[in-house]
Design a protein around this ligand. Structure first.
Ligand code: HEM
Length: 521
């Protein structure tokens, strides 16, 4: 019997008319088309002659992050490791062919020398419906330039000296809280939670002049910040991360970065602060004041002129809180965890603090800056645990690499600073916490330029670098001048990052015991 006759017979019996056969056919056709499309997309770099890691439907090469099996830093470090031997390595972010720059010299070109080709982060933001998403970290092109130029003076040395007093007074509060706790026999703490309270104190005062977290009560700003990054809220985790991972998909889904309730709370708080400062002619030396001065004390939305709109002020102070709070608190937590594991390093640091001959109440900007071992410990903490473990850029005009390969406009570019920091080629014995790597006089090994990037590099490097440095160093000074730290045995020596968070944070917390020290100062 001929095939056509067989089909005809089946058709006559109503075989193709039955709903389940039609459904089966639709599924079959969809599967085959998807497979053909996926194998076309995921062979993009092979067709371009570039080595790449495999992509699979539907998450490309970053499935372990999307499925919350690994943190984003670890996923990019895995891609970095699979690209060993290649300067530029392809991967897939969902269906988008993207690139990881592995070679320090090429990283320099991308981040610094040829920055105009890679000025954007290519993140999704929606100024109109989600105003708090339009912050400096995500803004592109001229919008970014305008804000960066305006807010940069706030981070200048003369401003930092003023900020120093505010940060120091928060570190005095932290020390007082620990002393009081110790007097009432409470010596064990979960570090990330405790340090979040300290860092939110610092940020709340310096960003918007809000005072008064006594380390015991809930802090509204901290709650608000937590809601944006809540690791137990899978939907919010996705909303927070996707805009940085795949702009097109985030735009298609019209994702909100900020939960609506958080936006309403924060916008109302900012309006209230602005009105109160105008009404009572309040002058505070905080970030809000600087932005208000730019605004020219007008309520009009004056885009394109010298001023900033209320929404812009809210967005820029909001990222100050988000970017500053999580990163600094994790850094102190990671550092104390390492110090508790290595008494030799801890003793040397305590010795340097004691030798300064001053208490935290009167330590000066210059004294903190001159403490070399404190600096080495700070740098090594950021080497082993960079809070932001992947740098993000977008190619905005075609770029020819030194070897002739052309990166096309619109391609997403990443640098895995976490991968570099844990690469034994650049940092021998990378899992060892060794501040000697950053010893000013005789480092244990040379640091290859652009292999160490905890704050990024180039015109888009971290604006809060020095601010973070003083927050962390003063926090450590306040603690270690009165306490030594011991492991409680509750936390494993090897830290696991929380896979639900975009920034590196310890998964199950880090538990530490604070033991009072007898010092003569
Ligand atoms: C230990 C603490 C911190 C670390 C490790 C850190 C790290 C980073 C990194 C890696 C970037 C991306 C840089 C790049 O792409 O080249 C960044 C950007 C940024 N950081 Fe930080 N940061 C920290 C603290 C802070 C603080 C305290 C603030 C604010 C007070 C802050 C504000 C910002 C801003 C505004 C940007 C975006 C800059 C731009 O796109 O122009 N950061 N940070």
């Amino acid at each position: 019997m001929e095939l056509s006759t067989a089909f005809q017979m089946l058709g006559d019996d109503g075989f193709f008319n039955s709903w389940w056969v039609q459904l089966l056919l639709v599924i079959l056709v969809t599967l085959v088309t998807t497979r053909i499309y996926a194998s076309h997309v995921f062979s993009h770099w092979h067709r371009k002659g570039l080595a790449s890691c495999a992509g699979s439907f539907p998450f490309g090469s970053i499935g372990n992050f999307v499925l919350q099996r690994k943190s984003i830093s670890e996923v990019y470090a895995d891609i970095y490791r699979s690209g060993k031997g290649h300067k530029l390595f392809g991967y897939y972010s969902f269906f988008s062919p993207s690139l990881l720059v592995r070679d320090p010299e090429l990283i320099r070109l991308v981040l610094v020398k040829d920055f105009p080709h890679f000025m954007n982060r290519g993140a999704y933001y929606n100024e109109k419906d989600d105003p708090l998403s339009a912050h400096i970290f995500s803004l592109d092109g001229e919008e970014w330039k305008k804000i960066r130029t305006k807010v940069s003076p706030f981070y200048a040395t003369n401003k930092m000296k003023f900020m120093f007093d505010t940060i120091r007074s928060c570190s005095v509060d932290l020390q007082r809280f620990l002393l009081e706790s110790s007097n009432s026999c409470k010596s064990e703490f979960e570090l990330k939670g405790l340090m979040s309270k300290y860092s939110i104190n610092v940020i709340a005062q310096t960003a918007i002049g809000m005072e008064g977290n006594n380390f015991k009560d809930k802090n509204m700003l901290s709650e608000m910040s937590f809601k944006v990054t809540d690791p137990d809220d899978i939907v919010q985790t996705f909303r927070f991360s996707l805009p940085f991972i795949n702009r097109n998909l985030a735009a298609l889904l019209k994702l909100r970065f900020t939960p609506k309730a958080t936006e309403d709370y924060y916008m109302a708080a900012v309006r209230q602060i602005i009105e109160q400062r105008k009404r009572e002619n309040v002058v505070k030396h905080d970030f809000m004041h600087l932005l208000l001065q730019m605004k020219g004390r007008s309520d009009t939305i004056d885009k394109g002129t010298a001023g900033l709109s209320v929404e812009e002020i809210a967005a820029q102070t909001f990222i100050f809180i988000l970017a500053g709070h999580e990163t600094s608190s994790s850094t102190i937590a990671f550092c104390l965890h390492e110090l508790a594991l290595d008494s030799r390093i801890q003793q040397r640091l305590c010795h340097e603090i004691d030798a300064s001959g001053v208490t935290v109440e009167n330590v000066t900007f210059e004294q903190i800056q001159s403490m070399e071992y404190l600096d080495a410990v700070f740098q090594e903490t950021l080497r082993k645990y960079p809070p932001a473990g992947v740098l993000i850029r977008e190619c905005i005009k075609d770029y020819e690499c030194p070897d002739g390969f052309v990166i096309k406009k619109g391609t997403r570019i990443n640098v895995s600073n976490y991968g570099l920091h844990r690469d034994p080629h650049f940092f021998p014995n990378p899992d060892k916490f060794d501040p000697g790597r950053f010893d000013k006089d005789s480092p244990s090994h040379p640091i290859v330029p652009f292999s160490y990037l905890p704050f990024g590099e180039g015109p888009r490097f971290c604006l809060g670098k020095r601010f973070a440095m003083f927050t962390v160093k003063l926090g450590l000074f306040a603690i270690l001048s009165k306490f030594s730290v011991e492991s409680t045995g509750k936390s494993a020596p090897t830290v696991t990052f929380n896979p639900a968070l975009f920034l590196n944070s310890p998964k199950d917390g880090l538990h530490i015991r604070f033991v009072p020290r007898t010092v003569s100062i």
